[in-house]
Ligand binder design. Structure first.
Ligand SMILES: Nc1ncnc2c1ncn2[C@@H]1O[C@H](COP(=O)(O)OP(=O)(O)OP(=O)(O)O)[C@@H](O)[C@H]1O
Ligand SMILES: [Mg+2]
Length: 447
């Protein structure tokens, strides 16, 4: 049911408008000054505002500016007879349309219905556009199939989910996908990056505040919990929340109610909470930097996102996917990944996971001149204790020998040059390993 806010100082007009709009099936709230209107608008959701331009206190144009700053809600202004000038100014300031007094009720209904269906259409277009840009979870490997299954069953439930995984492995995209597959998909997905918000602001960010609650609180404001009402709240980097904030979040999770900072009123919300972290909360708990009671509240369903290095050929699928995306964004033809280049991507260990791969693909899509990506075009980070990247112009035997040599060297380093232990780890006879060391010209100190 569309909700309409009427701001007009004439009681008769408020009453008439209220009556005819309610008869049409709209829900209305009315007030007699701009100040009240702004406060009400901050407190509740409206689909449309009817605003008299001539008001006591702050005038209609100033109110309009404030309301327009707040988002996409259409405002229809009502101007006194013969004051078309200010009505025109109002439309320039972003008013949807204007109505002239004395009001023709027919025209009021027509304009209101237009504005509402317009807004709905605009929202649909926005949703569709967002959907088209929406990132999909790419991957066909066993770990990803398993992950997808976990996401699906978690989505169907109402339980809280704690998503863990290395940097850049896809925790946020997993949270978004989960929301999209859940019964709350039509409602909002609100995310809070707990690490990015300064400690003194996080409470107001989460719970909102009342005007004047602290320096800088110039207006009433809704917090993320309220904005997510009916939908999903994603607490990202939850391991970075201070103990004080953890205590407050815990209370909301227990009681589903809270107060705005500086507010008295108890607000009740229906929010599904998803949380993510790349920290090991177990050790955070041991160090007393994370509350175990909060941990158990958040971790009803644990989902672990596998590191990219464990996803086999997904690396290549993802690389192709990102090359396609970046090509589409820049309007250029998509670059092809040579087989040797794909092999190079697959052997790398991807400490930065999918985000690192995405950056590599972006660089290639933008900077590479030709239309084919060759292995030497790909620059990857090195890891000193891993077998080096093998050059791709070797014969199979040369490549195999080179790999074996590098691998043995790496394991030897791992065991501090102790041949017996390296041989155990490699599951070869010690004498066999010595032969190989000799053949590859690797010198070790005999103990
Ligand atoms: N399976 C996937 N398919 C497609 N894109 C992915 C996939 N996984 C991750 N991405 C993309 O990789 C980037 C990093 O993913 P995301 O931000 O979800 O990771 P994260 O685990 O939250 O990272 P951080 O630990 O840095 O917060 C994003 O651009 C995301 O869209
Ligand atoms: Mg993230």
């Amino acid at each position: 049911m569309p909700r309409i806010l009427i701001i007009d100082d004439e009681p008769a007009i408020r009453k008439t408008l209220g009556t005819i709009l309610e008869d049409e099936g709209h829900k209305t709230s009315a007030c007699e000054s701009g100040e009240e209107g702004i406060a009400l608008f901050a407190r509740e959701e409206f689909d449309l505002v009817l605003l008299d331009l001539w008001l006591p206190g702050i005038d209609g144009l100033a109110v309009l500016e404030r309301l327009r700053g707040a988002g996409g809600t259409p405002v229809i202004v009502i101007s006194g007879h013969g004051s078309v000038d200010s009505a025109v100014r109002a439309t320039r300031l972003g008013a949807y349309d204007f109505l002239e007094k004395p009001l023709s009720l027919e025209r009021v209904l027509l304009t209101v219905n237009h504005a509402i269906s317009d807004r709905r259409l605009r929202e649909q277009v926005r949703d569709l556009r967002r959907l088209a840009l929406e990132e999909i979870l790419v991957g066909e490997s066993e770990p990803m199939k398993h992950l997808e299954q976990q996401i699906r069953s978690a989505a169907a439930s109402h339980s809280r989910v704690l998503i863990t995984g290395e940097n850049g492995s896809g925790k946020e995209i997993v949270a978004r996908t989960l929301h999209r597959l859940s019964p709350r998909a039509e409602q909002s997905f609100v995310d809070v990056n707990c690490a990015a918000i300064p400690e003194e602001l996080i409470e107001s960010e989460l719970f909102g505040h009342r005007k004047g609650a602290f320096t800088g609180a110039i207006d009433d404001r809704k917090g993320k919990f309220e904005l997510a009402d009916g939908g999903t709240l994603f607490l990202d980097e939850v391991g970075d929340m201070s103990l004080k904030t953890q205590a407050k979040v815990l209370r909301v999770l227990q009681e589903q109610t809270f107060q705005r900072v500086g507010g008295q009123q108890t607000i009740r919300v229906d929010v599904r909470v998803l949380a993510a972290t790349n920290k090991d909360l177990g050790s955070e708990i041991a160090n007393n930097t994370f509350r175990s009671d909060l941990y158990y509240r958040l971790n009803v369903i644990p989902i672990e996102v596998p590191p990219l290095r464990a996803r086999g050929n997904d690396v290549v699928l993802l690389a192709e996917y990102f090359l396609r995306r970046f090509a589409a964004e820049t309007g250029q033809p998509k670059k092809r990944l040579a087989a040797a280049a794909a092999a190079k991507l697959k052997t790398y260990h991807w400490p930065g996971n999918v985000r690192e791969l995405r950056n590599v693909a972006e660089r290639l899509a933008i900077l590479l001149q030709g239309d084919t990506v060759e292995p030497e075009d790909i620059q990857l980070g090195a890891r000193a204790d891993e077998p080096a990247q093998i050059a791709m112009n070797l014969t199979l035997k040369e490549a195999r020998d080179e790999f074996e040599k590098q691998y043995i060297l790496a394991r030897l380093r791992e065991y501090g040059g102790n041949v017996s232990r390296a041989a155990d780890a490699l599951r070869v006879e010690r004498s066999n390993l010595y032969r190989k060391l000799h053949a590859y010209g690797i010198r070790v100190e005999r103990p």
